[in-house]
Design a protein around this ligand. Structure first.
Ligand code: ZN
Length: 152
């Protein structure tokens, strides 16, 4: 008698490496007991953020700041890609963690790319952390309000 564990495999969807079960080619397979949905969502989002960074107007030297709507009324002036920002830890922990980041793009429609569950449909900046190069999204109005903006 032989038994082999179900295997997974990957394929490229654009620049995102997507995992599926090898037998049925499913991202979520109850037969193989495999669930790659969260992981694949992250991979798709990472690929999308990388693409947004490449396509950001600042990267082509033609940045024209847009007006970013907010929930509080007064619109914001968009920060240019390349702007250095610092995430301040206001939790009161000592020493506070100050994470240096760079804005790489603006997602004016926060409903896309899995941002919605985190941020509603607020416009978001895509920021990249100095520490490990990880990109993530953060609502524009919260960043302007809570973070330190180092150059603009
Ligand atoms: Zn399967």
């Amino acid at each position: 008698m032989s038994f082999s564990y179900p295997e997974s495999t990957t394929y490229m969807e654009g620049e995102a490496e997507i995992s599926i079960c090898a037998l049925h080619s499913l991202e979520l397979c109850h037969k193989c007991c495999m669930d790659f949905t969260d992981m694949n969502m992250r991979m798709r989002k990472d690929a999308k953020f990388a693409e947004m960074e490449r396509d950001a107007p600042g990267a082509r030297g033609s940045f024209q700041p847009r007006s970013i709507p907010t929930t509080l009324g007064k619109p914001l002036v968009e920060l240019a890609p390349g702007t250095r920002v610092r995430m301040l830890d206001r939790s009161g922990r000592v020493p506070p963690q100050h994470e240096m980041c760079t804005i790489v793009a603006t997602n004016m429609f926060g409903t896309e790319y899995g941002d919605q569950e985190l941020h509603g449909n607020l416009p978001c900046y895509i920021v990249k952390m100095d520490k490990d190069g990880e990109r993530f999204s953060y609502p524009c109005e919260d960043l302007h309000d809570e973070w330190e903006i180092l150059d603009q």
